[in-house]
Design a protein around this ligand. Structure first.
Ligand SMILES: NC(=O)c1ccc[n+]([C@@H]2O[C@H](COP(=O)([O-])OP(=O)(O)OC[C@H]3O[C@@H](n4cnc5c(N)ncnc54)[C@H](O)[C@@H]3O)[C@@H](O)[C@H]2O)c1
Length: 346
């Protein structure tokens, strides 16, 4: 269930009133504590006791150690099977909070209140929860749906520009793989004007929700959503390995450039459209240097991708704007050519 919140958070209050929760646990990070929690608490109308759990922000903490700490906190505060976990934050909080809730006592109820563009349009939807392990992204996780997602776009007002741009990459992806008009609506937007992005959020959510509804366990069409992520996750993992991070969406934007080129190399996409798409992505995103890693290093991470099967290297690619194809087997040399193409853009 996706609910748009009004200024009084009516849908959230009605949802809580209709249930019989024993306790509420609000999970946030330092930033969502500062910028979003006051609005949530100011509008929450319930007598059910709540506990606040705050963690530091950052992908580095989306790991099993933090999950263990959260399980321990839930135990300490005697969370029972009727407790509700409310995940107030970006994709880091919704992935982690969803994972912890879906595994604690074999699963307690949870809802997401996404506060980044990326979490609104993507991470809060579809029921993928998880943590990174070592430097491998989302290695451990569950498929578990939140009972509801409550959308309050005004939370974006405090989101740094870099994070708005990050979330926008997932919206572009939705257009490229499944909805040509959405891509056209986004392609020339100014990201400085949030009011221009707002009307497109619901469309992006609907595109993702439709693919998830068709194929919850990702055996077919949901794989379209992986466009840009095979290479993007590999690059994100390498940054994590170096002890640093880049916004998820920037890695996805890089991945979409490489995988658009790969679509052309495979003969799926014509050269003119390939270059048009790449130019538009480049107009939004800075070049991210991957010079520190050679093709073999990148390939070893790509091979580890969860989407591969029977040692074939499988990608989601596109044949035109709005039309994606999943499980396209690619050869090492084709992947290397696409990576070299990206490097040459520096
Ligand atoms: N489960 C899925 O289907 C799915 C899909 C896409 C991405 N993800 C995951 O999502 C994560 C990335 O999520 P993200 O991009 O939202 O990053 P994030 O959750 O790390 O948030 C980015 C930064 O913005 C801050 N922030 C959040 N809301 C704010 C607000 N309203 N005002 C000011 N600051 C705010 C956070 O504290 C953090 O510093 C990655 O771990 C990625 O793997 C999951």
């Amino acid at each position: 269930m996706i609910s748009i919140l009004d200024a009084d958070f009516t849908a959230l209050n009605e949802y809580i009133a209709a249930q019989n929760f024993s306790k509420l646990f609000i999970l946030c990070d330092e930033n969502t504590h500062e910028y979003c929690l006051p609005t949530l608490l100011g509008n929450l109308e319930t007598n059910i006791p709540f506990e606040l759990i705050e963690i530091e922000p950052g992908e580095e903490l989306k790991n099993i150690d933090t999950a263990i700490q959260l399980w321990e906190i839930l135990t300490e505060f005697k969370a029972d099977r009727k407790a509700l976990m409310m995940n107030l934050g970006g994709g880091m909080i919704t992935d982690l909070g969803g994972f912890v809730a879906s595994t604690y006592k074999r699963g307690i109820s949870f809802v997401h209140i996404p506060t980044t563009l990326l979490a609104m349009c993507d991470a809060s939807l579809g029921g993928k929860t998880g943590v990174d392990h070592g430097f491998l992204k989302n290695l451990i996780g569950t498929f578990a749906l939140p009972e509801a997602v409550f959308l309050y776009p005004n939370f974006l007002k405090t989101l740094p520009h870099e994070q708005v741009r990050s979330g926008f990459a997932e919206m572009l992806k939705h257009g490229l793989v499944a909805h040509a008009k959405h891509w056209q609506d986004l392609a020339h937007l100014s990201l400085d004007k949030l009011e221009l992005i707002y009307p497109n959020i619901e469309t992006s959510m609907q595109i993702k929700q439709k693919l998830v509804d068709e194929d919850f366990k990702e055996t077919g069409s949901r794989k379209l959503l992986n466009f840009g992520h095979t290479v993007g996750h590999a690059v994100e993992s390498l940054f994590l390995h170096e002890g640093t991070t880049i916004p998820h969406g920037e890695a996805v934007a890089l991945g979409m450039i490489v995988e658009t080129k790969l679509s052309e190399i495979k003969g799926l996409l014509n050269k003119k459209e390939c270059m048009e798409i790449i130019e538009i992505i480049r107009s939004f995103y800075p070049y991210i240097s991957i010079e520190a890693w050679n093709n073999a290093t990148l390939l070893s991470l790509i091979q580890n991708d969860k989407k591969n099967s029977h040692s074939a290297l499988l990608f989601t690619l596109i044949s035109t704007i709005g039309k994606g194809h999943w499980d396209v087997a690619c050869q090492e040399e084709e992947i290397f050519e696409a990576l070299d193409f990206y490097r040459a853009m520096s």
